[in-house]
Design a protein around this ligand. Structure first.
Ligand code: ADP
Ligand code: ZN
Ligand code: ZN
Length: 829
């Protein structure tokens, strides 16, 4: 992402879209039209005309005719000409404007800006921004404004209007749903429109219902002493409850007390069990956390943040455990107090529980989570809730950047370097950091980018403007950074150690339990083993549909052994013999979390290990539950992938082992080193966050690699300096800009031909400004039977309007081949 582009003024985008009506225009309306069952999409753009007596603005919620119904829609943009294939006689007029100002200020400018920069249609952006079914559940209501009606004026109204007025006057609140009025009064819509124009009634969308609250059983202690009639078991329950502050979630108490038999206590009136709202209780129970006295560097950072101007973004650079989150919390408090809201973006759902807990502990029920793992209903409810404009904190992943907070006071991206902030596979290929900057300029609020290992883009930008660089150089309480030991696995092999665990890691694991400490083992891949190859002939089992090796999956002893493709999910039974030469020596290569967990239990039967990766955490609540088991000390070792590199703050973790760092170092991508450095540093940062000093052991076959060296010495600046020099030399971001054009289709030749056509046109049109690399087949040329080709474009200067430049190229693409444009791609594979 090229941040210097993001600093362009976006207040008045050079938009071809007009924002209000002038004369006869056609209007594109996003309607909530149920599609046929087999289609995923439930929203659609239709064209309407605007009656001359109606003023429509972009973003207004409209009612429009559809078949014999009247349905809801959002005014998207005005067209000067009818789209091809449509006759004027087919076009029906918009019925009415239901609500204006439904979306926050400049919201549609933001979406339009994204569509232009990332070269897609507005509707594609709308689909990621708005929750599905937003319009379906919206209800229009009509409310009387009695003070606006001149006495006796009613006699001049149409009979329809008069009927409506009298209905409304007879209702206590003067308020009915439009649907009800339509049922009661013939031609109610004419009447409503007439009354709205006179200003005697107002039309609005029904205020959001309270969000679909998650209820959970909680148990509360009602007594302060120990009555004499308690059995030993009941006494134990009361003791636990007292110890926990008198209130607990029922399942947690049941687990701690080892019983579910609470009825006698309820019958005696000593405890009650009731349904409680999930977030509310946690805040009550978690003894409302108070702001901490800041260290001097935290204080400096906070003061600098408070003087930031709207639209400015700052880097908060602090090693893990340096107190960034505390700074966020104290930066947000005055925002809420001023009646505004804050948006906090985090990379992954697996990590939000802990962070969310800390926000809830500080701000209670003003904290909401919003991410794509919520159900459609939950997303919708949270959305409607945000629109109310009450001061709140939204914590969410990438797409939460679209949260419709009307009074946005601050945007925070935690772990801003994380690649999950960029949508890479689906359109639009937006980066939440870039969008955050545009949004902050449109809404005049600051952005805070927090990281221990900032992206090179953010680093370079903050170096150019020193007041925007804030640093927390030390860990809280001057806890030392963990000591990092590098183990050369080649030497281990020479010494005859064939185990996955080096001598050093082994002895650290052996003493773990005695010391009452915990460990995290990091594996850079998921699955049991990454690939299966024949020891006799070297044959590698591959997916028949994708050019990748199959991965070995083994669930439990005795179960069917399976091979699976991680790209298309093709699966087959593991063959007994090599399909090529018949040899029985097919072996697994590489190590996944599953294999590490199995080897651990074999070599250290005393250690209780827990696997944490995308296989075991697929369920929405699973990460939270698994992590809780670990923090509660139910397990000694957590074995996991990238998911556990972030945000975990567990006091008793003193040992972090990286199983084979090499899997991270070698990739065909120009960002591989940056990513490897970030990941390894983040993993290392999980060690020694409590009182005991931490230790990190990195196992590798290439200890001399510069990334490994930089991680060992915690030398971010040294690493960045070398890396930036290389990027500048090759004109890669953050110096040059990249655009990747991807082609895919079932017919390999058609895909290749399309890529060649487009590449040739690129050379002709802008070959003088851009470096055009390719067309070339993607690193993995075939995925799920689709062939993939790509063109990479590199530009030294400012990027012009990508959409206008590249979209016309679509006409050169052959039928059944799809072309997608990835602006500022993060991975080129
Ligand atoms: P980061 O977000 O940079 O990893 P945190 O904000 O999580 O750091 O801080 C690390 C630990 O130090 C947390 O347990 C936090 O509660 C504690 N902490 C943060 N700031 C202070 C402070 N000023 N005084 C005491 N403890 C603090
Ligand atoms: Zn073989
Ligand atoms: Zn496959």
């Amino acid at each position: 992402m090229l941040d210097r582009h993001a600093t362009l003024t976006v207040g008045e985008p050079r938009t071809p879209y007009q924002l209000t009506t002038t004369g006869q225009l056609w209007l594109e309306v996003l309607v909530d039209r149920p599609y046929p069952r087999d289609s995923q999409e439930d929203q659609q753009i239709l064209t309407y005309s605007v009656p001359s007596d109606l003023t429509v603005e972009i973003g207004d919620i409209l009612s429009v005719p559809f078949g014999s119904q009247v349905i809801g829609g959002i005014a998207l943009r005005f067209l000067e000409n009818l789209p091809a294939g449509l006759e004027e006689s087919q076009i029906r007029p918009v019925e009415d404007v239901i609500a204006q100002g439904f979306f926050p200020d400049n919201y549609w400018q933001l979406l339009t800006k994204i569509a232009q920069y990332y070269a897609t249609d507005l509707i594609t952006v709308v689909r990621v921004a708005l929750p599905p079914g937003l319009l379906r559940s919206s209800q229009r209501r009509i409310r009387l404004k009695p003070e606006a009606i001149p006495p006796g004026a009613e006699v001049f109204c149409t009979p329809f209007s008069r009927q409506i007025l009298s209905l409304l006057k007879n209702q206590k609140e003067g308020d009915y749903s439009a649907k009800y009025l339509q049922e009661k009064v013939k031609n109610a819509n004419y009447g409503i429109r007439d009354l709205v124009k006179r200003g005697w009634v107002e039309s609005y969308l029904e205020a959001p219902k309270s969000p679909n609250i998650k209820l959970k059983k909680a148990i509360t202690l009602l007594i302060t002493d120990f009555p004499t009639d308690l059995t030993e078991n009941q006494r134990k329950i009361v003791e636990i409850l007292r110890h926990q502050g008198g209130e607990m979630w029922l399942p947690e108490l049941a687990q701690l007390a080892g019983t579910k038999h609470f009825k006698p206590l309820i019958d005696k009136g000593y405890v009650v069990i009731e349904d409680r709202e999930f977030l509310r209780l946690s805040s009550a129970i978690m003894s409302r956390d108070q702001p901490k006295t800041l260290t001097s560097s935290q204080k400096q950072a906070l003061e600098a943040i408070q003087t930031l101007k709207g639209g400015e973004s700052t880097l908060l650079h602090g090693v893990t455990g340096s107190g960034k989150t505390e700074v966020y919390l104290q930066a947000i408090a005055p925002i809420l107090a001023a009646g505004k809201s804050a948006l906090v973006l985090v990379p992954e759902i697996g990590l939000t529980p802990q962070l969310t807990d800390r926000f809830v502990a500080r701000f209670g029920d003003r904290v909401y989570v919003y991410h794509s793992a919520l159900s459609e209903g939950e997303r919708y409810d949270t959305w409607r809730q945000m629109l109310t404009g009450t001061p709140q904190v939204i914590i969410g992943t990438r797409s939460a950047i679209f949260a419709p907070l009307p009074h946005l006071g601050m945007i925070i991206l935690d772990e801003e370097h994380d690649s999950s902030f960029k949508q890479s596979q689906l359109l639009p290929t937006y980066h939440a950091r870039t969008v955050a900057k545009w949004r902050s300029q449109l809404n005049h609020c600051p952005v805070i980018l927090g990281s221990a290992t900032p992206s090179l883009e953010t680093w370079l930008e903050s170096q150019a403007n020193p007041p925007l660089y804030l640093s927390l150089p030390d860990r809280i309480q001057n806890r030392p950074l963990p000591q990092v030991e590098i183990v050369d696995m080649r030497r281990e092999l020479q010494r005859g150690n064939r185990s996955l665990f080096s001598q050093s890691l082994r002895s650290a694991l052996e003493t773990l339990r005695d010391k009452g400490e915990q460990a995290i083992l990091f594996v850079s891949r998921r699955g049991h083993s990454t690939f299966v190859s024949c020891r006799s002939c070297g044959y590698v089992l591959e997916c028949p549909h994708c050019d990748v090796s199959l991965s070995y999956h083994h669930t439990e002893p005795g179960a069917q052994e399976l091979l699976r493709c991680h790209y298309c999910n093709y699966g087959r039974i593991h063959p007994k013999q090599c399909p090529e030469c018949g040899s029985p020596y097919l072996k697994f290569f590489g190590t996944g979390t599953q294999r590490v967990t199995q080897e651990l239990s074999k070599e250290f039967p005393d250690l209780r290990c827990l696997r944490f990766d995308s296989d075991t955490t697929r369920n929405k609540n699973a990460p939270r539950e698994l992590l809780k088991l670990f923090t509660d000390g139910e397990f000694d070792v957590l074995v996991g992938t990238q998911m556990l590199t972030k945000g975990l703050d567990i006091d008793r973790v003193t040992l972090v082992g990286v199983m084979a760092a090499d899997g991270l170092l070698y990739h065909s991508d120009y960002r591989a080193s940056e990513r490897a450095f970030q990941t390894l540093t983040q993993v290392a940062g999980r060690a020694g966050r409590g009182d005991t000093e931490g230790k990190v052991i990195i196992q590798t076959y290439t200890p001399e690699h510069p990334v490994i060296r930089a991680v060992q010495t915690h030398d971010y600046e040294g690493f960045v300096e070398t890396e930036l020099m290389q990027r500048e030399g090759l004109n890669y971001p953050p110096y040059g800009s990249l655009v990747l054009i991807r082609f895919s289709g079932l017919d390999g030749e058609a895909v290749q031909k399309s890529a060649e056509n487009v590449a040739e046109e690129c050379v002709n049109n802008f070959g003088s400004d851009w470096d055009i690399l390719g067309p070339a087949p993607a690193t993995i040329m075939r995925v799920a039977n689709r062939y993939r080709w790509q063109i990479l474009l590199k530009l030294s200067g400012e990027k012009a309007d990508i959409g206008r430049l590249f979209l016309p190229l679509k006409s050169l693409v052959l039928p059944k081949v799809s072309m997608a444009i990835d602006v500022d791609p993060l991975t080129i594979e």
